[in-house]
Every structure is written in C-alpha cells, then in structure tokens.
Write a protein that binds this ligand. Structure first.
Ligand code: GZL
Length: 322
C-alpha cells in the first residue's frame, strides 16, 4: 500500500521519486488534499515558529489544513486524530507530545486507510507500518553537540564542573534523546558532572521555577544545560534574581536557536545554542502530497541543523527567520 526508503532531508528534494506500487487508497481530490494536523501546543517559541511554518506552507501548497492545539496533553492529540479519522481527511500529521501510547489510535487510522506522517517528535511504536515517514531532527545528535562544546570549553578548567539540567517534557522524544546525547558526550571529561536534573516542561516559567529551586539547594552550580531556549531564558531570570551573572558566573547551553535565545546568546547571557529547526512546513506538505498520491517516501527525513556561539549569533541574528 505505502512503501518507504531511508534517505536524508537533502536527498528528499533531489530524490527522483517515482510512483511505486501506487496505493489503492491514494485519494485526495482535484482541488488538493485535506490534512488533519494535531499540534503539541504553544509551549515555546520553537512551537510557535513550527505552527506558523506548517500553516503558511499549507496555504502555499493549497492544502486544506485542519489544525488543533493539544495544550501539551496526549489525550487531546488522540481526540484530534480520531476527529480527523471521522472527517475522512486524506492524511494525518502530528508531533507526538510523548513517545508512548499511540499504537491504538494509529491502528484506527491505518484501518481507516488514512496515512499518518510524524513531524518533529517520534513515537516508540515497534510497528513502523503505523506511519509513513518521520520528519524531524536528530535529538541525540543535538545533545551530543551541546556536550561536545562543554567538554571543549571546560578543557582548561581545573577541578569539578557542576552541571544542572533542565529537561524537556517528561517522556518526550527530544527530552529523552537530548539527555542521552549530552550524557554520552560529557563522559569524555570526568570533571563534568550532572548534579541536578529535573523537567521544566519546555516552558520559560518551568525553567525559572526549577532553576530557583536548584539555586536554593545546590551549591556551586557552574553550568546549566537546558533542553530548549525557553527554559534557558527562564533560568536566566532566576540566576539574575539571585544576583549572579548568566553566561559568566553560570554558563548556559540551550537547544533551539529561536529569536529570543539567539538574542541572549549575542549578548553573552547564553554561551552556546544548538539549533533545532522548526521550519518543517514545506517538507511536510511535499511528503503529504507524495503519500496521498501513493508515491514512495523516505522512512526517515532528518532536518539539517547547526550550532551557534555568541560571535556567530551576532552575525546571523538579523537574518534569522524565527
Ligand atoms: C524539538 C521540539 C521541542 C523544542 C521545544 O523538535 O519538539 O519542543 O525543542 C518545543 O522548544 O517545546
């Protein structure tokens, strides 16, 4: 019915995909396809940029987009997916707020012969036939980049370097994988130790509250590793309220590279940001049209990303799209 291959994002646009085993369920209508998209929420600057990218790309592609905001609740995403199945949309796409608990509703979509595309975050389903492709970042690599930078930056530092970690949403793929990649990278230097780790749920207020508690109960914090800019920005507020200088007294590493994060980086209040690209809309619409037409699509599409120092942030800040 739907076939997949494994290529990277760069190959997707150049890939000369041919209709392969055109699906007997290829539907769509002459005036474009209808997509149901179940978004995580509006918890961060990254999410806002991601939503904007998807809505604008749908408009440009002539895709009829039905969109829902789950306010970071899995039950709301499942309800939205069921609603799209009842509406008989041509394709369903979503960013799973957490990795687990999707098999039942994804089987309902498959039974209704509606293809599903994962964007941004992955699911832990063993049955990969439940979705056609997963478009998003390599979060383990993002965590590794953050850890590798800290190992290099701490090379000349004598003695222990105490790290506190602000984790993303509990059970979310980016939280699990960014932790894994970072921990693996910092094993290169035994002086680097994560002394506290707690979820701030990817929000600025969550990052601030957890950092306030860390500052009260953890002496000698040297580094904050925040799984996204928004929690890092919240930590900055707590650090400044405690009379310390962010980026100097306590170094800060974050992930995303949204405008507010890059501004803090350019001012030296954050020391390093690993990019996580939210602009997935155009690729999502290209993949959706191929899936609905029964064409072959890559099983995994990895978005290309980089990382920034304060000097690099100053150079690119004005031209950033998000
Ligand atoms: C990552 C995305 C994460 C961002 C956060 O792809 O799922 O969720 O890093 C967002 O800012 O809340």
């Amino acid at each position: 019915m739907f076939k997949k291959t494994l290529v990277t994002a760069l190959a997707v646009s150049a890939l000369a995909l041919s209709a392969c085993g055109a699906s007997d369920s290829g539907s769509g209508t002459d005036d474009g396809i209808t997509m149901g998209f179940a978004q995580v929420g509006a918890e961060s600057g990254w999410r806002t940029a991601n939503t904007k990218s998807i809505q604008e790309a749908a408009e440009t592609a002539g895709v009829d987009l039905k969109f829902s905001d789950a306010q970071q609740k899995q039950e709301n995403q499942i309800k939205a997916i069921r609603s799209y199945i009842q509406q008989k949309v041509d394709v369903i796409a979503f960013s799973p707020v957490v990795e687990s608990g999707w098999d039942t509703v994804l089987k309902e979509a498959r039974d209704a012969d509606i293809p599903v595309i994962l964007t941004d975050r992955a699911v832990d389903s063993a049955d990969t036939s439940l979705y056609q492709t997963f478009l998003g970042s390599d979060f383990v690599e993002e965590g590794k980049k953050a850890g590798d930078w800290l190992v290099q930056d701490s090379a000349a530092t004598e003695g222990p370097v105490n790290i506190v970690e602000l984790q993303g949403t509990t059970g979310a793929a980016p939280a699990i994988d960014r932790k894994e990649g970072f921990e693996a990278a910092i094993t290169a230097d035994p002086d680097l130790t994560i002394v506290q780790s707690q979820t701030g749920d990817f929000t600025r207020s969550g990052g601030k509250q957890v950092m306030e508690a860390f500052l009260k109960n953890t002496p000698d914090i040297d580094v904050v590793y925040a799984h996204n800019d928004d929690m890092g920005l919240g930590a900055i507020e707590a650090i400044e309220a405690a009379g310390k200088v962010p980026g100097v007294d306590i170094k800060i590493i974050t992930v995303d590279a949204v405008k507010d994060g890059m501004t803090a980086l350019s001012e030296g209040r954050i020391n390093y940001i690993v990019e996580c690209n939210p602009l997935l809309g155009e690729q999502l619409m290209e993949l959706a049209e191929k899936v609905v037409a029964g064409e072959e699509v890559p099983e995994r599409v990895v978005t290309e990303e980089t990382a920034f120092t304060p000097e690099q942030a100053k150079e690119v800040l004005a031209s950033r799209e998000y």
